[in-house]
Each structure stands twice: as structure tokens, then as C-alpha cells.
Design a protein around this ligand. Sequence first.
Ligand code: XMP
Length: 523
Amino acid sequence: MSLATETNAKSNSERILVLDFGSQYAQLIARRVREQHVYCEIVRHDITPEQIKNHSPSGLILSGGPSSVYESESPKCDPGIFDMGIPVLGICYGMQLACDHLGGKVESTSTREYGRAICNVATDDVLFKDFPQEAQVWMSHGDQVQRVSEDFAALANTSTCPVAAVKHLKLPVYGLQFHPEVTHTPEGSILLKNFLFEVCNCTGTWKLKDFANEAIERIREQVGTSRVICGLSGGVDSAVVAALLYKAIGPQLSCILVDNGLLRKNEAELVTEQFTDHFKTDLRVVDGKEQFLTALQGVTDPQEKRKKIGHVFIECFKAESETIEDAKFLAQGTLYPDVIESGAAEDGPAATIKLHHNVGGLPEELGFDLIEPLRDLFKDEVRRLGIELGLPEDLVWRHPFPGPGLAVRCLGEIREEKLKVLREADAIVIEEIKNANLYRKTSQLFAVLLPVQSVGVMGDARTYENALVIRCVDTDDFMTADWSRLPYDILATMSTRIINEVNGVNRVCYDISSKPPATIEWE
Ligand code: XMP
């Protein structure tokens, strides 16, 4: 995986490796470790002991995964990793795998256990130092360890799970059946902290700045004297990638912004200001508005919209990139949630959740080598990185914006006049949340224009106009999200302003769905 390079392995002495068995939470584990100031990266589950040695990790974490250890096809690790003397923490499937390898009995439970459970701790082992005797934990498994060999000690249990935590008596191997990395295990970070500092003897000196420096070094090494193209979208991810590249290779960078006519109000102008005034980059703005609108004519299906937008984007991007001499690399701001939700995690065994993100596709068609320096980070880590790199707060704290832009917020067929309505309404909701000083406290706020008309009355006249939805969510990682409890007064101001100031809208609704089961975007 992208971070698991030789250079990286040598340049940082204290690190934890997460062996990925296909867990939706593998990156969350890595991020929780980084939150404790210990560098962490994800590697393939079948990494060899020799390769592990190259990384000199202080500890290994075996992630969960959707498989059963007793299935012949299930992903396994090299059994040699348990004899390396490096502490191992197996989580869920990872624990079952460790127990299976080292003499325990894993069985399928009659019912899949999914949700909160109370964990009773029966040990004073360092792993549970400062952890409550009784704590809420999050379970998500179909199998569990029923019996452990005499080489193991059971450390905790729940009412349905006799072995909720284990420790090997001779080897530095621990296992947790529940997930300490998710917020539904409120004290989970204590366990990870104990594993890092008490078991692995980490010191916790790593900072995000180290990540920036390492990424810059890696980019320089990879790129040499070639030219790199970076697509800017107006969003924070591509801006951070561009800033990182600017720091790494300065004048070898060319940025392309394709104005697809689906951007937020003043977005193209803002980006231009930022990347030509603040960073003196070679920025090329491609006016593709007509092309995009023509391609979207008559298209109502969300996936079809994404496909069309993707195709035209490639055409515009390609045409512009061909005018840039010596360009060999393409930099993209792909983040981990994009990767995992597209099921595109490199060689990973994770199950596909969704296919809608714009991961893949672009690079191969264009024939460039790909640089994705943010591939292992979460959004909030990217923002902090942006600040480290000197990007202005305004830009770094912008709410995320999807690649297909307003097209996935303008339901039904896309037409210029509908986009205009949506763009104006969107600008109002953003302005009002900023006025209320809540922009930074919410994760994503936007307007959605419905292809639904409803009856209203304005003055003495009957109106029959569009309904518009305000969507505002709070989330840490955009993989799950809750709708924001915005104060009524703010919603009232937004609604009044939209109906008064935006022609074509006579009804405003507020979306009160969380993710899951809804997604953040409407399409
Ligand atoms: P969903 O709607 O899947 O969104 O809950 C999660 C996050 O991803 C963004 N998003 C996209 N980003 N291309 C992108 O670049 C897309 O097609 C796309 N769809 C959703 C969304 O805005 C949210 O931040």
C-alpha cells in the first residue's frame, strides 16, 4: 500500500503496522493509533516476517474482517509473525486468527452479534490498566472464540461471549473480540493506548508534520525532474495535495481546474485567487460548462450522471494536460473513505459498500503515473495537514464538495436555470451558517433541489414552484454521519431568505436522516 515503502520504513523508527484482513475499520484503527502520536500504516494481511522486519514495527495489529477463520479461502497471516517477539493485538477476526493459530477453538455463533455489549473485565493485566471493570463495547461478529488453549488467559467476557479478550501466556499476543477503535466503545482508546505504551513501549512522539515531511521526501524521490499535474476541484483535498506538491517540487507543478459549471458560487474564482496569488502555481482553468451541460441533457439517473461527468471531465482534463510538456505524473486527493467506499482498497479483501466515488478511472486513461499522498488519511487529518502546509483556514475548513458537484444535488435532469437556483440557495445556507458561527462546528452543509413542485402562496398569488432541502451533517469520517441539530432560528432565517431571494423555490425542508441508512448526498 502507498505508505508501506522502503523509504518510509527506514525514515521513521517508531511505528505500528495494521495487517488488513478486510475490515471496514482498518484505517480507523490506524488513525486511532496516530491520534496517540505513534505512526501507523496499513499493510497487506499476508506480509511476510521478513518484510515486517524491514519496517521495524513496535507492534502489529491484526484487523477485523468479514471472513471466518475456518473457511479455506479466508485471508490468513504468515504464522511466523507470532514468533517474531513483536507484540500483536488481534481485533475481532484478528483475535480469532491469533487464537486459531495458537491453539484456541473458534466457532460460529448461532446468531450474529452486532451492537453494544457490556464487557466484564477479569484481569489486572496492563492492557486493561485504567479501563473500567464494566464497560460498554461494540461487537460485530458471527464467529467467536469458544475455548482457548492453556497457553491463553481469558481477560474479559460479555453475557454472550465467554472470551471477549485474551492474552497469550508466553508470547506478547493479545486479542479483543470487540472493536476498541469505534466510538461505540467509548473507552476503547484506553486499550489501544495501553497496547501502544505499556505493551509495545512506544513513546508517542510522532506528529502530522512528520507525515508532511515524509510525504514531501517521497514525492521528490518519486518525481525526480518530471512534471506533475494536479487537478484542483475547489475542495480541501485537492488543495492540500497541490500545497504538498508545491512544497515538494514547486515549479515542476501544473494545476488544472476544470470548470464544469457544477461548482458552488464563486468557487472557480476562489481557487484561482488561492493558487495564483498565494501559491504562484501554473494554474490552468478550463471552461467546460457547455460541454458538461450538453452531456447531461436528459440524464436523470445518478450513476449515469456520474459516468457522463466522469467522461467529459477526462476529455477536458486530457486536452489540457496534453498541452503540458514533460508531464509524467498525476496527483489526486483521494482519501481513505473514498477508497474503502469504492471497494478499491489496493488488493484489499474489504467488501464493496458503494461504487459511486470517482476513484480509479481517470489515471489509467490518461497514461500518467499516479501520486495519491492522502490515500491513507481521513478528512480531519487532511485539514490539519493543510494548516501545517500553510493553507489559509478558510480553504482548509471548507466543507467537502463531491467531484460531480451540484449535479448530485440537483435531482432529476440538470438544466442551467435549475443549477442557478441551487447555487444561489446553497450560497445562502453557507452564508447563514457562517453568520451563526456554526460552519466549523458542522461537517457538511448544502442545499438540494428537488424535482418536485408544490403549491404555495406569495402575496395574493398561488405559486407552484420547487421544493428545496437543506442538508447538514456532523461526522468525523464521512463514513457515518448524523444530521445536525441546527437551531430553529437559523433554519428559519435560511428558509425565509431562500424563499424571498431565490426565484423558483417556495418550500424549504430540512433533512433529518443519518448515515446509514441515508447517505450524505442525495444522489
Ligand atoms: P455519501 O453521499 O456517500 O458521501 O454519504 C460521503 C462523502 O463523499 C462525498 N461524495 C463524493 N465525493 N465524488 C466525490 O468526490 C462523488 O461522487 C461523491 N459522492 C459523495 C460527499 O460529499 C460526502 O462528503
